[in-house]
Ligand binder design. Structure first.
Ligand SMILES: *Cc1c(COP(=O)(O)O)cnc(C)c1O
Length: 416
């Protein structure tokens, strides 16, 4: 990919942009939160909309000249309603974290109690980690997955909720490989009179396509990102019942943001239109099938997976038993050298540090976008295992890198 206008004004950035495009083209993007958007989404994002101010909402802006951006934001909202079946949608949060912030601002007061999954067990920073604003503003209590099964223990969450009496119960995760019983989480929240906030950032696309169960109807608020399993460009989204519409909208602006990123909202509109096509459902199904094939292949090669497998787009391998001398960080580095890009991740009952944890997390959304099938993922699982078995063996890394080159050549990403 070339960036002639950037090159004209800023060769240093043009060099880095072209190098990044080449990196994406020639490596396997297996960071579970990453994907590749279409050229249509990129065109919308890189458009004149970055020039426009439109504080407010369609039909009620604080600025003139908003008739065209109103149309775009309305399209994004209407398509989101169709995709997820939500009563009210706000497409203005700049990211998934800000979608969560918007919901907290809408219904919580400083000092209120949030009950959420521990970060090292698969939760998210914005669910109340001490280093995040949520951990500083709210009183945060955390639940864990069952260390033996790697799965949520709903009875334990219920017991803890009774004890803690939270104002908000958060479901939805960053590194959890199993389906979630949203109805049960909603019942637990009801029982203790807490809001149920379901954060589907990772699985937004899977839920839209109907290949993962949906929390809509079981949660007061559903938050998400628009760039992970749905390919609508970077951003966040809030969905809620109509009764909370005004609270959410005024929490987003003026509560926490100024002007919306209209170029990103256009990206969302275009990406949502793509997701409404029948082909997207096939894509989401293939993403899940591919993750299952990847997981089986890793297990066949001797790795152990948290929860034993996956119901969604990602797998989480715990290296402690199979490779006690290799940390997740060492595996991540060696794999990156071989052209397989994923991330080290904490596992339940983590015994190393968060900076160099015991697991690796791998997802299939991006590879599925570029056309990889289950056979390809089985092979990729094999390649990952070979590297993890011999992270210091340059000949193995070279060999795997050669095969990655062939695989990426066979599945080009952005053909001109
Ligand atoms: C990725 C993620 C988010 C949002 O992240 P941003 O980078 O802020 O868009 C929020 N919640 C969960 C559970 C996530 O995995």
């Amino acid at each position: 990919m070339e960036y002639p206008h950037v090159r004209g004004t800023d060769p240093a950035v043009a060099d880095a942009l072209e190098a990044e495009a080449d990196r994406q083209e020639t490596t396997l993007a297996m960071i579970a939160s990453e994907n590749h958007v279409s050229k249509a989404v990129m065109e919308a994002q890189g458009s004149v909309l970055t020039n426009k101010y439109a504080e407010g909402y369609p039909g009620a802006r604080y600025y003139a000249g908003c008739e065209h951006v109103d149309e775009i934001e309305r399209l994004a909202i209407d398509r989101a309603k169709e995709l997820w079946g939500a009563e009210h949608v706000n497409v203005q949060p700049h990211s998934g974290s800000q979608a969560n912030m918007g919901v907290y601002l809408a219904v919580l007061d400083p000092g209120d109690t949030i009950l959420s999954l521990d970060l090292t067990n698969g939760g998210h920073l914005s669910h109340g980690h001490p280093a995040n604003f949520a951990g500083q503003v709210y009183d945060v209590e955390q639940y864990k997955v069952d260390p033996d099964t790697g799965r949520l223990d709903y009875d334990a969450v219920e017991a803890q909720a009774r004890e803690v009496d939270p104002d908000a119960l958060i479901s939805g995760y960053s590194a959890y490989t199993r389906d979630v019983d949203w109805e049960r989480m909603g019942e637990i929240a009801d029982e203790v009179d807490a809001y149920h906030i379901a954060d589907i950032a990772h699985i937004t696309g899977l839920v839209a396509a109907g290949v993962h169960s949906s929390p809509v109807g079981h949660a007061d608020f559903v938050t998400g990102s628009t760039h992970k399993t749905i390919r609508a460009g970077r951003g966040g989204i809030i969905m809620c019942r109509e009764e909370y519409a005004d609270d959410v909208d005024s929490a987003v602006i003026p509560g926490m943001q100024g002007g919306p990123l209209l170029h990103n909202i256009a990206g969302k509109a275009v990406g949502f239109a793509e997701a409404l096509e029948p082909a997207f459902e096939e894509y989401a199904e293939r993403t899940v099938d591919n993750a299952e094939a990847l997981g089986e292949s890793l297990v066949d090669s001797g790795l152990s997976l948290v929860s034993g497998g996956t119901d969604n787009h990602l797998v989480l391998a715990d290296l402690r038993e199979s490779h006690p001398d290799t940390s997740g960080g060492e595996a991540e580095d060696a794999l990156a050298e071989a052209g397989i890009v994923l991330n080290a991740n904490t596992v339940p009952d983590e015994t190393r540090s968060a900076f160099d944890p015991s697991g690796i997390r791998a997802g299939t959304p991006a590879l599925t976008t570029r056309g990889f099938d289950e056979d390809d993922l089985r092979e990729v699982g094999d390649l990952i295992a070979r590297v993890v078995d011999a992270p210091d063996d340059e000949s193995v890394l070279d060999d795997v890198r050669g095969r990655v080159d062939e695989l990426t050549d066979a599945h080009p990403l952005y053909e001109e």
